[in-house]
Design a protein around this ligand. Sequence first.
Ligand code: FEO
Length: 400
Amino acid sequence: MHNIKKITEDLFWVGANDRRIALFESVYPVPSGVSYNSYLLLDEKTVLLDTVDKAVTHQFMENIEHALNGRHLDYMIINHMEPDHCAEIPTIVNKYPDVKIVCNAKIQAMIKQFFDFELDDNQYMIVKEGDSLNTGRHNLTFVFAPMVHWPEVMVTYDTTDKILFSADAFGSFGAVDGNIFADEVDYEHRYMDEARRYYTNIVGKYGPQVTAVLNKAAGLDIKMICPLHGYVWRKNLETFIDKYTKWASYTPELNSVLIVYASVYGGTQNAAEILSTQLAQYGVKDIKMYDVSVTHPSYILADAFKYSHIVFASTTYNNGIFVNMENFLHDIVAHNLQNRKVAVIENGSWAPTCGKLMTELISKLKNTEIIGSNVMIKSAVKADKTAELDSLAKAIADSI
Ligand code: FEO
């Protein structure tokens, strides 16, 4: 049975939720599921904006058929060619063989890479930056958004109703639970952390490109944002745009300390715990701690984008950095995190080496300063080391 959601008088959400998926992109846990958003515009011409993942084909096709109510599908706009949105292009072409695909040249090339169906060239409308499609009452303009989050990405702006179809931008993990508008749910408490985790892990590497799109968007009068995942924004857009501006420029949201540790028998954890208590005694609020071997790195990376200060504490393992910490540090470097203040604690029962190696990886982060001296412990924290930890805590607290 169909399940469509009304956005405006002539715009409908025809997407679907997936709450069974274990790992989005085979990497990210999504305990609250994920939505694949697709939108259908019923103007003088009918227009589908993007499709969905193959996991929800049946629901998607029922939705479209019901929403069209016997009408023909005239256009299918493709903004992004990642399979969580483009997988159903062949299904649409098969069911509506006269549909015209509206996309840019890179998208057309990727359609041919991914799929085997053949369409006459006149069934493609290839657009350039700033081109428009008039569908009757609506005028749709295309704005290119390369690397947000693949090179072919564009966004579509409805100049009539001032709606931005933003592709992956402004999306979130989490299914849409009944409501479709962000102002109908407690977004700050229920979804903002997941929106941050989604952005930082998936698009976080491409801050300059996201900033470029935000600058383009600043020139548009936007009343509503329809992303490809999560809720539709029609109120307080500036709240979310402000978050994106911070995330894209690697600006911390919170002046406080994130402590990430890797501990085998508890000695390194003990050092991290002592440091956290000393930080609290120096007045630092909202300290957060993770055992990097316990929490999925996507959650820790999201908080690394949130916090101004990060302490990395690791044991030495195989004469190197403990594997989960090493993976996490590579993840942070790969995501281009910058503008942070960091500190290092190392442990090693007979040959501590990970402090130097961690520092080498951290040095790859732009505009990132190491605070204080590395604290080295051997096996367990001894009385003389509590003073070193205290000095480090004071140095960190003073820099906040
Ligand atoms: Fe939601 Fe880049 O795909």
